[in-house]
Write a protein that binds this ligand. Structure first.
Ligand SMILES: [Mg+2]
Length: 234
């Protein structure tokens, strides 16, 4: 019987677009008057803070000041707007095959939740994306104040769906230790290699694309914990 699936977002439902992110941050550096490559590096090294603490505007203001800049509120707002634009673009870049797979799962009776390590502008752009209406619940680290692989973010999504984490399947590419984190709260785990193949972090069940998920789930005794024994390969 269908149950509940929790999905990761980036590199699971759509491409992570890492190069495009760097390009946008470099352009933001020009806007706020700091060395673009230095700002890109500053974004990379502060990812944990950006996931759970800072808004888009706080981030660019704080990092620009750390790099010796003194951007005006108008410069900060213009730079932050580029991040929101990027987030909107990313969220609307899911392949048609992803949308078809999600629609098929919903039609089969599965309830779908999103559990994403994401910065503030992604949560802001989410409601107007085509993906959002395919999900019953979305939990973003920047809103929840907790990021994968911490138990709280999975538990928040499961609670919002009215189920125990042990009754959920978690599907993700495996970044940030998210598969081990999901297994730790008792979820069954499926790794996806559609956008990036992190076979080194998880030795359990894997799909090559979301189109394969329905077939795999049909073979899984979901909720009885069998797949959660998929061991970490790390
Ligand atoms: Mg991911």
């Amino acid at each position: 019987m269908p149950g509940t699936i929790l999905f990761d977002l980036f590199h699971t439902l759509l491409d992570g677009a890492d190069a495009e992110r760097d390009r946008v941050v470099a352009r933001m550096g020009e806007i706020v008057g700091v060395e673009p490559t230095a700002l890109v590096l500053a974004y990379h090294v502060t990812w944990r803070d950006r996931l759970v603490r800072w808004s888009a505007e706080e981030t660019v203001r704080l990092l620009a000041r750390r790099l010796g800049g003194d951007p005006s509120p108008e410069q900060v707002a213009r730079a932050a707007a580029l991040r929101l634009e990027l987030a909107s673009w990313l969220l609307n870049s899911a392949p048609a095959s992803t949308l078809v797979a999600l629609d098929g799962l919903r039609a089969a009776g599965w309830r779908l939740g999103l559990v994403s390590n994401a910065t503030a502008e992604v949560a802001e752009a989410w409601p107007s994306s085509g993906l959002s209406r395919r999900f019953d619940v979305a939990v973003f680290s920047c809103v929840a104040g907790v990021a994968k692989p911490e138990p709280g973010i999975y538990q928040a999504a499961a609670a919002a769906l009215g189920v125990a984490p042990q009754r959920c399947v978690f599907v993700g590419d495996g970044a940030d230790g998210e598969l081990a984190g999901a297994a730790a709260v008792g979820a069954a785990v499926v790794r996806t290699a559609e956008f990036v193949d992190r076979s080194s972090v998880w030795a359990g069940p894997v799909v090559g694309s979301l189109a394969e998920l329905s077939g795999l789930l049909g073979e899984m005794p979901v909720g009885r914990g069998v797949l959660q024994r998929g061991a970490s390969a790390a």
